[in-house]
Design a protein around this ligand. Structure first.
Ligand SMILES: Nc1ncnc2c1ncn2[C@@H]1O[C@H](COP(=O)(O)OP(=O)(O)O)[C@@H](O)[C@H]1O
Ligand SMILES: [Mg+2]
Length: 242
């Protein structure tokens, strides 16, 4: 039996009224359980690409298909259903400052009507997975940046997503905390979750030897491993950190 890819972009592009083209027509597929990096200089379209996959934005032209939903046919009331199949993590964590760590993780499940006991069991499991079982009662501002990002990852996983989208999750972290986040995403991938991760961390990308999607000025210029990427291109992304 042929199974559909988890993600398929078919000549998907995105333009904005004032700034023009953010993403030129891009085509690629991501299989279930696959891991790919999205790399490129600042402004090359990484976040735009991830927003299309999360269906936070719709493509200007072309098609985006994710987990059985298509940008051409998805109804507004189906978008939350898709969102629950995805986990999303951002560079700036986006935790609720007035809620504890465990409330931040549990909140995403509570709003979907999961029974209370199950909410707390699943939240505790995910906090343990990211190494923060003991910090559940803390507030976000009491944690380091690396710990806050791990809380955000626990929150993203609490729905048991088929795909984790991470937009430069290590961009605000020191090298040690960044390495911990990379390792955590590797573990999550090893347990069967597909991962699409935008990153500036060229050293990590080279070390991992995985597939990468390289963007330059909104165009997908390479889809493959780092060794085969255009010469010098990966160093450009490194200098583009904001
Ligand atoms: N909401 C938006 N409105 C207008 N222009 C945008 C918007 N988001 C991104 N852009 C533009 O699209 C291009 C790609 O941006 P982005 O996807 O954020 O790149 P990256 O994440 O690689 O830094 C940039 O030129 C940026 O200015
Ligand atoms: Mg970005």
């Amino acid at each position: 039996m042929v199974t559909d890819p988890l993600v398929r972009l078919d000549r998907a592009s995105r333009a904005y009224p004032r700034t023009g083209v953010a993403l030129r027509p891009v085509s690629f597929t991501l299989a279930r359980r696959e891991f790919a990096y999205v790399v490129g200089a600042s402004g090359s379209g990484k976040s735009t690409l991830l927003r299309l996959v999360a269906m936070i934005d719709a493509p200007t032209e072309g098609i985006v298909e994710v987990a059985g939903f298509s940008s051409t046919t998805i109804r507004p009331r189906e978008v939350p259903v898709l969102r629950r199949r995805l986990g999303v993590v951002f560079q700036d964590f986006r935790l609720l400052p007035d809620r504890t760590v465990e409330q931040n993780v549990a909140f995403a499940l509570e709003v979907t009507g999961v029974p209370r006991q199950e909410v707390w069991a699943r939240s505790a499991h995910r906090l343990a997975q990211v190494g923060l079982a003991a910090r559940g009662r803390a507030f976000p501002h009491e944690l380091s940046g690396g710990e806050q990002q791990r809380v955000a990852i626990a929150r993203a996983l609490v729905h048991d997503p088929v795909l984790l989208l991470a937009d430069e999750p290590t961009g605000n972290l020191d090298p040690r905390a960044a390495a911990a986040v990379h390792q955590l995403l590797d573990e999550i991938h090893a347990q069967g979750t597909a991962v699409l991760m935008a990153t500036h961390d060229v050293a990590q990308v080279r070390r991992a030897g995985r597939r990468l999607l390289l963007l330059r000025e909104g165009a997908l210029v390479h889809d493959g491993t780092a060794e085969l990427a255009p010469r010098g291109e990966l160093a450009v992304g490194q200098g583009g950190r904001r």
